[in-house]
Design a protein around this ligand. Structure first.
Ligand SMILES: C[S@@+](CC[C@H](N)C(=O)[O-])C[C@H]1O[C@@H](n2cnc3c(N)ncnc32)[C@H](O)[C@@H]1O
Length: 346
């Protein structure tokens, strides 16, 4: 699916190496004499299925780790703010932290002023040296400039685990979606979730001090159901009358149904009279990966409802796409007096 997205958005690239968790693209075809293609800075979000994007210097494959680290410095130079070391596949045996600290020592011994920070998570603007472990003996060496939050995490991997007191993995998925999209839900907002049981996402919304309505024929875990600010309607989404959806700020959807049915359920709600949420967080489950070929059509539906969608396959999610869609703001000169542009001074 990643290559299919790349062919759509950057057809100038040609596929190089392809392994589980790693794809390389050439900026010019082998043997070409024309200048290499210079990809735009902002193509990363449109790739949807890429956790991290790195510009590559090449590979190192010396026999000993210390010699490989020396090769990295010879290839990439010294001037970095951070070092990220990550595996293309978690099953590869390599100690990323030991490699990172070996490189830190080497870079610190270089020219004055070239001293990467000791901690791995980057800050926006940092120049990051990336070491991608392809096999214990072969590393790819590259760099990226940290920008949006997930580009600050080594390999784009969400750096948090599911806390033991959460009732489902959906807690972590929503936590990652909020962090990745830098969504701050103002306390006291109202959120409704379609497909809410057993209730991990509702738990996360309640922690963000939202008033939460869960819609699901299945029962929400009693530990969540007992929390203040929570109510469940034990129904399917289509059995809820449209006027009941008035006054919600966020529509969250995580139903284990086909993406087209999820979109139908959301579209029915957000196009109803008097329903003006400011955002949607939707999980589109992919029964087969190939279903994602329709992604652009699905995103157009969000646009047709007046939202600006961003899609990403989350690190903590499975075979699914998370779409975060914020309501499109009208410029003040274009304001129509529509109530959606004048609500509660947000
Ligand atoms: C992946 S689970 C949801 C996990 C949940 N978001 C959480 O935080 O734990 C999918 C849920 O969708 C519900 N579901 C499926 N079709 C539905 C529909 N038409 N309306 C409401 N809920 C639906 C199922 O009953 C199931 O509980």
């Amino acid at each position: 699916m990643l290559c299919q997205r790349q062919r759509k958005i950057l057809p100038q690239l040609t596929k190089g190496v392809w392994r589980r968790g790693l794809v390389t693209f050439r900026l010019s075809p082998p043997g070409s004499t024309s200048p290499p293609f210079d990809p735009p800075e902002d193509f990363f979000p449109d790739l949807v299925f890429a956790r991290a994007v790195v510009r590559c210097f090449g590979q190192v494959a010396a026999a000993e780790i210390a010699s490989r680290c020396a090769e990295v410095v010879a290839l990439a130079g010294h001037r970095y703010d951070r070092i990220h070391v990550w595996k293309r596949d978690e099953r590869i045996e390599a100690d990323c932290e030991a490699i990172r600290s070996g490189l830190l020592t080497l870079l610190a011994a270089g020219p004055a002023g070239c001293r990467p920070q000791a901690t791995a998570p980057a800050e926006p603007g940092d120049l990051v040296l990336d070491i991608v472990i392809d096999s214990p003996e072969r590393w790819w060496v590259g760099w990226h400039r940290a920008g949006r939050l997930h580009t600050c995490w080594p390999g784009g991997a969400y750096p948090h685990a599911l806390p033991p007191d959460k009732v489902s993995r959906a807690w972590l998925k929503l936590d990652e979606a909020l962090a990745t999209h830098e969504l701050l839900l103002p306390p006291g907002g109202r959120a409704v979730e379609l497909g809410a049981a057993p209730g991990g996402a509702c738990q996360r919304l309640l922690e963000a001090q939202q008033l939460v309505t869960a819609i699901d024929p299945a029962l929400v875990d009693p530990r969540v159901a007992a929390l203040p600010g929570f109510v469940q309607w034990r129904k399917r989404a289509r059995d809820v009358r449209l006027k009941e959806f008035r006054g919600f700020d966020w529509i969250v959807a995580d139903m284990n149904i086909d993406p087209v049915s999820t979109l139908e359920a959301i579209g029915r709600i957000v196009t109803a009279p008097g329903v003006h949420p400011q955002g949607i967080i939707a999980t589109l489950k992919l029964p087969q990966w190939s279903r994602a070929e329709a992604l652009d059509t699905w995103l157009d539906q969000f646009r047709s409802w007046g939202f600006v969608p961003q899609a990403r396959q989350l690190f903590s999610g499975g075979r699914e796409i998370c779409v975060v869609a914020r309501r499109q703001r009208l410029r003040s000169s274009q304001s129509t007096g529509h109530p959606a542009t004048h609500r509660r001074g947000r």
